[in-house]
Ligand binder design. Structure first.
Ligand SMILES: Nc1ncnc2c1ncn2[C@@H]1O[C@H](COP(=O)(O)OP(=O)(O)O)[C@@H](O)[C@H]1O
Ligand SMILES: [Mg+2]
Length: 261
């Protein structure tokens, strides 16, 4: 199982959309995909028509009792090959209630290891704040995807995110690979083109060489609770996410090759 986390401490940059779209394309290609909602807001959970306010069990259950079989908390979605580990409101209290308890940083990592044969990919939608959930996501993933909205001030948020990454992953023996993904790109606006230009000068190695364009269909797909790849496979937004997926896959393949030498 490959584990990718999608994170940025800034909200509204396209994290949930990226998780849903990549998962949708993977499922369409026949992969078994698990999406995990680590955001107490529960947007990903709501996307798949579960209510973060009413669910009796969720990822939060795992943090309360690590003896629970994580697979018993997984729920189906309406889409073949896509399952979800949902969020509930309780996640918002995690840092206060259990953050200081030892062993809390590896809960997700252990849960995914226990399900490693069940899925080809696990995609983690991260919360927009630093805390025990973000620590868990970074400990569990093999690759971090950082969506950055192409607008003014976006680079400040990215710098913060990269600082957090360095801080959290300090104890790793090898650097956690990450890919910066410019999102909501509108080539008619100066904010978009200027931000992209700055990203390209500052983050040469870890920047994806293309962009996710603004596409109003994402909002429509979200309203309908359908991943855009399943709704409009030919839309420009989906074509961009297919390209991103291919880039992530070839990045991982290259890495595996280097590791094998
Ligand atoms: N490429 C895009 N083009 C247009 N709207 C988008 C795009 N990506 C995301 N959105 C919309 O922007 C809003 C925020 O996106 P979301 O993925 O929820 O961000 P985050 O998870 O980072 O808070 C949502 O309404 C979503 O539908
Ligand atoms: Mg979100």
């Amino acid at each position: 199982m490959k584990v990718w986390a999608i994170a940025n401490q800034k909200g509204g940059v396209g994290k949930t959309t990226t998780a849903v779209s990549l998962a949708g394309v993977l499922a369409q290609r026949g992969s078994r995909v698990l999406v995990l909602d680590l955001d107490p807001q529960g947007s990903l959970t709501s996307y798949f028509r579960y209510s973060p306010d009413d669910l009796e069990s969720s990822i939060f259950t795992l943090f309360q009792n690590q003896a629970v079989n994580p697979y018993s908390l997984v729920r189906p979605t309406r889409f073949e090959g896509m399952h979800i580990l949902p969020a509930t409101m309780g996640l918002a209290t995690l840092d206060r209630q259990l953050g200081a308890k030892s062993g809390m940083g590896l809960v997700i990592s252990k849960a995914l290891k226990a399900m490693t044969d069940k899925y080809d990919y696990a995609l983690i939608d991260c919360p927009p704040m630093l805390g025990v959930l973000m620590v868990n996501a970074m400990a569990a993933c093999d690759h971090l995807v950082i969506p950055v909205q192409t607008e003014f001030l976006a680079l400040k948020g990215l710098e913060r995110m990269l600082k957090t990454l360095t801080m959290i992953t300090r104890s790793r023996s090898v650097r956690l690979p990450y890919t910066i993904v410019p999102t909501m790109f509108d080539r008619r606006t100066r904010a978009s083109t200027e931000t992209l230009r700055l990203l390209r000068t500052r983050y040469v190695d870890d920047l994806w060489n293309s962009v996710i364009p603004v596409d109003t269909q994402f909002r429509e797909a979200s309203r309908m609770g359908v991943p855009l790849p399943m709704l409009l496979p030919q839309s420009r937004g989906v074509i961009a996410y297919e390209r991103l997926l291919n880039a992530l896959l070839s990045h991982d393949a290259k890495q595996a090759q280097t590791a094998a030498i």
